[in-house]
Design a protein around this ligand. Structure first.
Ligand code: SAM
Length: 341
């Protein structure tokens, strides 16, 4: 039976950061709630070993956690990623979010090891803009990575695009891109300033919902989060064949900021690269080490993490007029967030 927290939220997923190293330096990055990433070349001594990652997954699968997402930093900087995936319990669906640069030449090995799904971060369709956002010259490599993932049978490949001031104007062309290219889907991720800082970059995500609702041929609502799926046709085809069936791509918006519904429907726990459970992306006061990582210590730490989970918006932060205020109950434990700006 899956463990449930005090707010009736079952924990069915786990998001494991395999490293805090990254070969990009994206201007918006929250590094899974831990502040800035390190460069790709730094030492790896704090990182969990493959065996430790697998032990955590084996333990949480005893509690019916059915999905794992590997992230980072850049998870593909780990040369033992294939081994980790291969040793992940069969009962778990395995996905990964990556910047895509290492997928060429490696995507098939990951699929052979058991990778089921992939998200590739792609915030721009323009080389210069991409370079500006990611501080990397890897634009072509990322496009090759997306192709490699599709060729390896990872269909659909979900593109992650962070929606904030510098990218908002490029949403129409990105939406058209997934509409035109079979196998691609798009996740528009609302910029989260809580950890990254720079709140002035945030834009009103409701405007993106409204624009997409107009742009879409069809909208479906998912049970989880009541999240909408917008099915969009290529712009050119749309103009020609307004009333007929056209091929469509799928676009979703992930909008967690100040969204109590989103938090009420959160079913995942996180693990940091250095082996600590973390109940909420936004919190900085809820890290829980797993001792020497014996199975029993991991079980105990997992139970305690689930027990102490609370919705960030709606409980940890509560409504205060038009804004949000820290709930008095958590004032003692609350630590200010590290900001990257
Ligand atoms: N390196 C991998 C990648 O590029 O996907 C995995 C790590 S990255 C931190 C995971 C996801 O977090 C990416 O899809 C990225 O777009 C998203 N992300 C990072 N910082 C964010 C922020 N401040 N707001 C919203 N999404 C963010």
């Amino acid at each position: 039976m899956a463990l449930e927290d005090e707010f009736n939220r079952e924990v069915t997923g786990i998001r494991v950061s395999l490293t805090d190293r990254c070969n990009f330096d994206c201007v918006y990055c929250h590094n899974e709630g831990l502040g800035d990433t390190r460069g790709p070349m730094d030492a790896q001594d704090e990182e969990m070993t493959a065996g430790e990652v697998v032990r955590i997954l084996e333990v949480v699968s005893e509690f019916d956690v059915e999905k794992v997402k590997f992230t980072g930093g850049e998870p593909m900087l780990r040369n033992d990623l294939e081994e980790i995936i291969q040793r992940t319990p069969d009962s778990m669906e395995v996905s990964m979010t990556t910047n895509g640069t290492f997928l060429p030449g490696r995507a098939q090995d990951l699929v052979d090891a058991g990778l089921d799904r992939v998200n590739v971060s792609q915030d721009a369709l323009d080389r210069e803009h991409f370079t500006h956002l990611t501080k990397s010259g890897a634009y072509d490599r990322v496009l090759e990575g997306v192709e490699a993932a599709l060729d390896a049978g990872l269909d659909p490949v979900k593109l992650n695009m962070v929606v904030f001031e510098p990218t908002a104007g490029y949403i129409p062309e990105m939406v058209d891109h997934v509409a035109k290219n079979n196998g691609l889907q798009l996740q528009l991720i609302e910029y989260m300033p809580e950890i990254s800082g720079n709140p002035q970059w945030a834009i009103d995500i409701e405007r993106v919902h409204d624009w997409l609702a107009e742009r879409a041929e069809r909208i479906e609502r998912r049970e989880m989060h009541g999240r909408a799926r917008y099915y969009v046709a290529p712009e050119a085809q749309r103009r020609r064949e307004q009333d007929s069936d056209v091929d469509t791509g799928m676009v979703e918006i992930v909008d967690p900021v100040e969204n109590a519904d989103f938090c009420a429907n959160c079913h995942r726990v996180r693990v940091t690269h250095d082996g600590k459970f973390k109940g909420c992306l936004n919190r900085h006061d809820d890290l829980r080490p797993m001792g020497e990582m014996t199975r029993e210590e991991i079980r105990e730490a997992f139970r305690a993490t689930v027990e102490s989970r609370v919705p960030y918006y709606g409980e940890y932060f509560i409504r205060d007029g038009d804004g949000w205020t820290l709930n008095e109950k958590y004032m003692e434990t609350h630590e200010p967030q590290p900001a990257n700006d």
